[in-house]
Design a protein around this ligand. Structure first.
Ligand code: ADP
Length: 491
């Protein structure tokens, strides 16, 4: 059953139930009010008759005056011998009114109201036992026909059923029409989704909704967002495959060329072997980088989180990259605060190495690279600033994407051919530490990479608190690389 039909059905069932309850309430209320009116008419008639009734010396009931009575009510007075001593209507001897209206209630000791059939007609009867000086002298019974009220109630039921039926039909019809109108955009969503599947075209979008804030509008916006994300992922994956193919082609061509050469020469050429070895090392590095990246992106990068003195790690790393800078680039230390963060020392070193090596790599001789570290109550801010080539504005949003290399010719410098993976790895390592990384840059003026990290809290284990079991092997240094890490390497 379609959603529209289901909604209409639920809606109609609820409305039907409400109408039935309402009908019962109206019927019950009218019945009670009518019965009260009849009962008070019977009481009035009984009172009027008793007002003119007396008991004579022989103990008989007599009436001292004639009174005009409501013709819709018949009142009988019976003595204890079972004889009718008074009646408010002229009745012929064959009439059922010659008998007590409610014979069963005649012996009642209390004033009672009963509903009985008199001559096949429904009657409401009031029975009042009559006493004089504590002695029972007779019984009074007043009765009124209920047939008019019953007819009224039957009509009422008929009209209630009719009107409820019409109401339910109208509600169902209106529900179907409004349901179709309200759910029409969903049909568009379905059609677009099917078109996308058939045409394999993720660039399609559902036309923007008229009201982006209602349920369907939000669904369309969410669906379009998902499509956008899927498209981006799809393009990234396609580019990733293309990039890998591209990266593999050059080293494999070199390896093949050298192998061919050696085969033709019929001897092991030392230079060719060296060239093959270099390319194989390069390829292994790329594969390792990709594995680390894949782990980091999925948040599954194994990390040994401990307290790390970021200031000393920073100075240590700066010392390591001095050899890259040589005489060409000046390394400066800016303001360095003492900072403790909770993280994996080797991974953090990898981030610092990448940022510092890049800063040196993309800075012309005579340039300056400055590192600084500050902290406040929200966390710590680590900056690597250079006066180098800078990054064009159109490249800036992409520098943290994998395989992204701004200017391919310049990155294949003598300092080592980069794959464009270093900053992606750095980005994900920082993210896995609960921090963020950003870059500001101007072409030919230089770049500043800023890493923000949360400070270590009291739950973070101490760097030396590692549990050491009785092991025959020497204790592991905390700075030793973790499996899959290449801490001493530049991108
Ligand atoms: P690569 O191995 O190519 O250096 P990265 O991921 O480390 O890969 O960097 C990606 C790209 O970002 C580089 O190719 C370069 O274009 C740009 N880049 C990174 N750091 C800097 C910098 N300090 N100055 C200028 N460009 C930079």
């Amino acid at each position: 059953m379609s959603l529209r039909a289901r909604l209409t059905l639920y809606y109609t069932i609820v409305l039907g139930a409400v109408l039935v309850l309402f009908g019962f309430a109206v019927y019950g209320l009218i019945s009670v009010v009518q019965m009260r009116q009849v009962d008070s008419a019977l009481e009035r008639a009984a009172r009027d008759l008793l007002f003119v009734a007396r008991v004579d010396d022989q103990g008989d009931i007599i009436f001292i005056q004639r009174v005009a009575f409501d013709s819709s009510v018949i009142t009988q007075v019976w003595n204890t011998d079972g004889q009718m001593v008074g009646v408010t209507q002229t009745i012929d001897p064959q009439s059922p009114f010659m008998q007590p209206l409610d014979a069963a209630a005649m012996e009642s000791e209390d004033r009672t109201f009963t509903s009985v059939a008199v001559g096949g007609i429904p009657y409401r009867v009031l029975t009042v036992p009559l006493h004089s000086n504590g002695e029972r002298v007779g019984v009074l019974q007043s009765g009124s026909s209920l047939s008019i009220f019953e007819a009224l109630r039957t009509d009422l039921v008929r009209y209630l059923i009719l009107l409820s039926g019409i109401g339910i039909l109208i509600a169902g019809g209106v529900g179907l029409v409004t349901g179709r109108r309200a759910l029409a955009p969903l049909a568009t969503v379905t059609d677009t989704a099917l078109q996308i599947t058939r045409a394999d075209d993720l660039s399609r979008r559902i036309p923007p909704p008229s009201d982006p804030e209602d349920e369907v509008g939000r669904l369309i916006t969410a669906f379009n967002d998902t499509l956008g994300r899927l498209e981006k992922l799809f393009l990234t994956q396609r580019r990733f495959v293309a990039d890998i193919g591209h990266e593999l082609r050059t080293p494999l061509t070199v390896v093949r060329g050298n192998l061919d050469l050696m085969r033709r020469m019929g001897s092991m050429d030392e230079e060719s072997m060296h060239s093959i070895e270099q390319e194989v090392v390069r390829l292994s590095r790329m594969v390792e980088d990709l594995l680390v990246l894949a782990q980091a992106e999925s948040g599954k990068l194994p990390m040994d989180r401990r307290r790390v003195e970021l200031d000393s790690l920073m100075l240590e790393t700066l010392h390591q990259v001095r050899v890259l800078a040589g005489e060409n680039v000046k390394l400066e230390i800016g303001k360095i605060d003492q900072v403790l963060v909770c993280g994996d020392r080797d991974r953090l070193r990898q981030v610092l190495l990448n940022l510092m090596a890049n800063a040196i790599k993309y800075t012309k001789p005579g340039g300056v690279v400055t590192v600084s570290l500050s902290k406040d109550e929200t966390g710590t801010k680590l900056a690597v600033k250079d006066t180098g080539l800078g990054i064009p504005a159109e490249d800036l949003p992409h520098v943290f994407e994998r395989f992204y290399r701004g200017d391919k010719s310049r990155s294949r410098s003598k300092n080592g051919a980069g794959f464009g993976l270093g900053l992606s790895i750095a980005y994900w390592i920082v993210r896995n530490h609960g921090g963020d990384i950003e870059v500001k840059s101007r072409v030919n003026r230089g770049s500043t990479f800023t890493v923000r990290l949360p400070l270590a809290d009291e739950n973070c284990p101490d760097a030396t608190s590692e549990l050491r079991l009785n092991t025959p092997f020497p204790a592991k240094e905390t700075t030793e690389p973790q499996p899959g890490a290449q801490p001493e390497r530049t991108s």
